[in-house]
Design a protein. Structure first.
Length: 184
């Protein structure tokens, strides 16, 4: 199983500029990606009875379209259950817990179950400083192979840059960069 960029966004506590801020609302804007070129996005956030629903559509000039709905529920113990459904109706479920450390970093543990029932264990840390979020994760799938992912998110006004790098399950290099500009 391969965790794609969209899945890793779900690993953090925010999804960059592509996600509305505050309790509810919508955002639209442009995106430029090293993987798919230029495109547009639209995101809507709604909170009902404490459950957060995020609908997102990204359309790239190369014809690629990514559609997803994420439903985030905070459990009684403070952990989260995230259910993500893609445009084909396939669902991924993420069980997530976070612990804030004395140094200000956050330790994250996740169990991701994809539509086929395959489980990936994810652990790592998140640190924040001056509009920048740095995440480092190790992902181990049920077959025992591991990959390491570093993700840097930089906010500058209404522009957010995401940089993803690391080493894949089979030792292949991972690199992707995208810039998201939110219309104000």
């Amino acid at each position: 199983m391969t965790i794609n960029s969209a899945s890793l966004f779900a690993l953090g506590t925010t999804n960059g500029a592509a996600q509305p801020h505050g309790n509810e609302g919508s955002k639209t804007g442009t995106v430029s990606s090293t993987a798919h070129g230029d495109g547009t996005f639209a995101t809507t956030l709604e909170i009902v009875n404490g459950q957060k629903t995020i609908d997102k559509v990204v359309t790239y000039a190369d014809g690629t379209q990514k559609v997803s709905e994420r439903v985030v529920t905070v459990n009684d113990d403070g952990s989260k259950t995230i259910t993500k459904t893609n445009k084909n109706g396939k669902t991924t479920t993420i069980q997530e817990s976070q612990v804030k450390n004395d140094d200000g970093t956050i330790t994250v543990a996740k169990e991701v179950t994809n539509a086929k029932g395959e489980v990936t264990e994810i652990s790592g840390t998140i640190s924040r400083s001056h509009g920048e979020v740095d995440k480092t994760f190790t992902c181990t799938h049920s077959g025992g192979l591991s990959e390491t992912i570093s993700r840097q998110t930089i906010h500058d006004g209404n522009v957010t840059t995401h940089i993803k790098s690391g080493t894949g399950y089979y030792g292949n290099p991972i690199y992707n960069e995208s810039t998201w500009t939110t219309f104000v």
